[in-house]
Write a protein of this length. Structure first.
Length: 376
């Protein structure tokens, strides 16, 4: 948000800013989904609904998840929220007691740590290795587990790094957690955006592990529905009941119109997902090639999502740049390119660049970035 605000201020001055900051698809919501929302308005479907979403929406969520992953959830194990972030906030609020340990691998999505702190958790950051593509392993996790660990957060594909866990390693991590009676929160926000022919995966497909798995999902990225605000939780019925009580006294139901649009997204044609992935794959290759052509810049290959997370520490010690915060501020000021500093995600040598932007913008921004670094 801070990056976006700074970019907006420059644009208000008439300056052409290339913005790689937003974690949002630049592609429109598919037409059939928009029309479903319009029909809902015309049918006056504009009143309160059940707190966790109408039955048809929850049915669509669990059936789609089962088709994709053979997860076998039922409607009583599903709850719709106002976006994926809200789903995660409700999960933390429902299961974490003050003083519980929550393990979050770095780099991490910016809200994980702050939500954990808000509910009184003790946050333990588990540092993954850039040389291993920022992928969490069971061995790394084991070193961070404590007797007070209540929850481990896994975000694969990862925001900001694009790292994707090996399926077998994800199973090892979850088996380790089950042995220690620790819950695993799997954030599946980017689960359908995987590259090089890799198939989407959910740890919930392992029935013997489901007692210790909580799924947080979202339609925002998969269907380019960020503003519609529909997310969901899949988990044990006691968790769903607790979230229902919490949500009934906070936000109440997700927007009625958006629920109808979400049903169409989940049950209608899925061709838009593959089309978006194809576009992102081309952009990913272009961005990686251009970043790696900048002397001294390294970038672990993102296996999913739509972010690159280059290591720009080669710039440190030049022109007063000490860390990625300084780098991002100077890049915006001098080259008019907006990126998100790695400090937001738990590292200081990197910046996050979203390639959910047009090829024209990507080329312009990367040209500016290369010129900026050459001039340091």
């Amino acid at each position: 948000m801070a990056v976006m605000e700074a970019a907006v201020k420059l644009r208000e001055q008439g300056i052409d800013v290339v913005d790689f900051g937003p974690g949002e698809p630049d592609l429109p919501t598919p037409e059939n989904i928009k029309q479903a929302g319009i029909k809902a308005i015309q049918a006056n479907f504009t009143k309160y609904t059940p707190i966790g979403g109408i039955k048809d929406l929850r049915k669509a969520i669990v059936e789609k998840h089962n088709r994709d992953f053979a997860s076998r959830y039922d409607i009583a194990q599903c709850f719709a929220n106002i976006g994926g972030k809200h789903a995660i906030f409700n999960i933390f609020s429902a299961i974490i007691d003050e003083g519980d340990d929550v393990i979050i691998p770095t780099p991490y999505w910016v809200s994980f740590g702050d939500i954990a702190r808000y509910v009184g958790a003790n946050v333990i950051f588990c540092n993954t290795k850039e040389s291993e593509g920022f992928r969490l392993t069971a061995d790394l996790l084991q070193k961070s587990l404590t007797p007070k660990t209540r929850l481990v957060v896994v975000n694969s594909p990862n925001n900001p790094s694009g790292a994707v866990l090996d399926d077998d390693e994800f199973v090892k991590i979850t088996r380790l957690c089950k042995e220690r009676d620790v819950l695993v929160l799997s954030d599946e926000c980017y689960s359908h955006f995987l590259y090089d022919g890799r198939k989407p995966f959910s740890i919930a497909s392992y029935q013997d592990l489901k007692s210790h798995i909580i799924i947080a999902g979202s339609l925002s990225k998969t269907y380019s529905m960020t503003g519609w605000r529909i997310g969901y939780v899949l988990g044990a019925t006691d968790l769903i009941d607790a979230i229902s009580k919490l949500q009934s006294h906070s936000t109440s139901n997700p927007v009625s119109i958006a629920q109808k649009a979400a049903i169409e997204a989940l049950t209608g044609p899925q061709s838009s997902v593959g089309e978006m992935l194809e576009i992102y794959a081309k952009r990913r290759k272009f961005v990686l090639d251009r970043l790696r052509a900048i002397p001294g810049v390294k970038c672990a290959e993102p296996g999913g999502a739509f972010y690159a997370y280059p290591n720009i520490s080669v710039a440190f010690g030049k022109s007063g740049i000490k860390n990625s915060l300084d780098f991002s501020a100077k890049l915006l000021d001098k080259a008019h390119v907006a990126v998100t500093p790695g400090e937001a995600f738990g590292t200081s040598d990197h910046v996050r660049m979203s390639y959910a932007a047009s090829m024209e913008q990507l080329e312009k921004g990367l040209n500016r970035m290369a010129e900026f670094m050459a001039a340091l």
